[in-house]
Design a binder for this molecule. Structure first.
Ligand code: SF4
Length: 345
């Protein structure tokens, strides 16, 4: 700013202040009321932020995941001590189960390194497992009311449009520039309100595709004339379709054959045992399910088997009493199949 003449410096500062005031006034009257916006507890805010990564607000809130999780693990100590099965059960249906284990790692590190008290400094937050730039900034903004470089997908879109910036928002250098921009634009008098307002502007008005510029509280400060072309992103990876084959088998005692996962992605979760297409081909097909995971669209086909055929069980397979199924953590697509096939579930 040192090269600007005082007159220009003043008008730039005034514009920024007016922008903050317009945004703040809009949010104060129109801002949505979410449970995580009514707390300053960094633990509750961390839980909400981790859940909202890759899961929509409507799911996290509407299906009660956030409230139930906090009832089960009300503080950092209870989460740090959570057993695998109980943790995964509380996360069931949210997907991306690595997030559940990672947030437990974060809780454990805060207990061990900081005696259970969340650090406020960005550098200390970034040293914790599972905390990246976004989560550190969210904690600083929402729990500690600090100016931060908070940029999620919504804020990134708003910033690109406000500045008419055609740089690719997925590039590391642009991400860094956007964080700096967010920090500089933030209202130092009301950081928490400002950051919530930027996110909400992107969620409700400055939407992907064609935004609602006609009702935008900051349209007078916006530089773009082609908002529908912004932000510029890397081309999406193509979705690949794959097939999975699983069996549904019950024994005379009514037990169901399940498989306990040991792979990376869903380690510790239960599912119906997978088999090869050749193993399933003589069996009767009973139902299908589809689900998406990362860049894959999976078509899951279920075949009816029986205890005799499955007597040679594969590693990880176990017969489970039907009454226990409800309490066992299971990935959502398999849960849907079990609910469909077990009438008294
Ligand atoms: S005027 Fe339109 S493009 Fe600009 S910030 Fe508002 S909604 Fe987004």
């Amino acid at each position: 700013m040192g090269f600007l003449k005082p007159k220009f410096q003043k008008s730039a500062i005034t514009a920024k202040e007016n922008f903050r005031a317009s945004l703040g006034a809009w949010f104060s009257s129109e801002g949505k009321d979410f449970p995580w916006r009514n707390t300053r507890d960094p633990y509750a805010i961390l839980v909400s932020e981790v859940m909202l990564q890759q899961t929509q607000i409507a799911t996290v809130l509407g299906k009660g995941y956030y409230v139930r999780f906090l009832e089960k693990f009300p503080d950092i100590r209870s989460l740090a001590n959570a057993e695998d099965e109980s943790l995964l059960k509380a996360w069931e249906g949210l997907g991306y189960y690595r997030r559940a284990r990672m947030i437990r790692e974060t809780a454990r590190a805060i207990l061990e390194i900081h005696g259970g008290v969340f650090p406020e400094k960005e550098a200390e937050l970034l040293e914790l497992p599972g905390i990246g730039h976004y989560t550190a900034a969210a904690l600083r903004a929402f729990a500690f009311d600090r100016v931060s470089g908070l940029v999620d997908g919504n804020v990134s879109r708003v910033l690109s449009r406000l500045m008419d910036d055609y740089r690719c928002v997925d590039a590391t250098i642009t991400m860094r520039a956007q964080r700096l921009r967010a920090e500089k634009l933030c209202d130092p008098e009301h950081p928490r309100r400002h950051h919530y307002a930027m996110m909400e502007l992107g969620q409700t008005i400055c939407r992907p595709g064609i935004p609602h510029c006609e009702i935008c509280p900051v349209s007078g400060f916006c530089k773009t004339r082609t908002p529908e072309k912004l932000p510029v992103k890397k081309p999406r990876t193509k979705t690949t379709e794959v097939s999975e084959y699983a069996i549904w088998a019950r024994d005379d005692a009514g037990r169901v054959l399940l498989h306990h996962e040991s792979g990376n992605r869903r380690n510790g979760l239960w599912k119906l045992p997978l088999r090869t297409p050749e193993q399933c081909s003589p069996l009767k097909h009973v139902t299908n399910e589809t689900y998406a995971i990362t860049r894959y669209k999976v078509r899951l086909a279920i075949y009816l088997s029986d205890p005799e055929r499955e007597s040679d069980m594969q590693s990880g397979d176990q017969w489970i009493a039907a009454g226990r199924l409800h309490d066992m953590p299971m990935a959502a697509p398999f849960r849907r199949v079990v609910e469909r096939l077990l009438p008294d579930f």
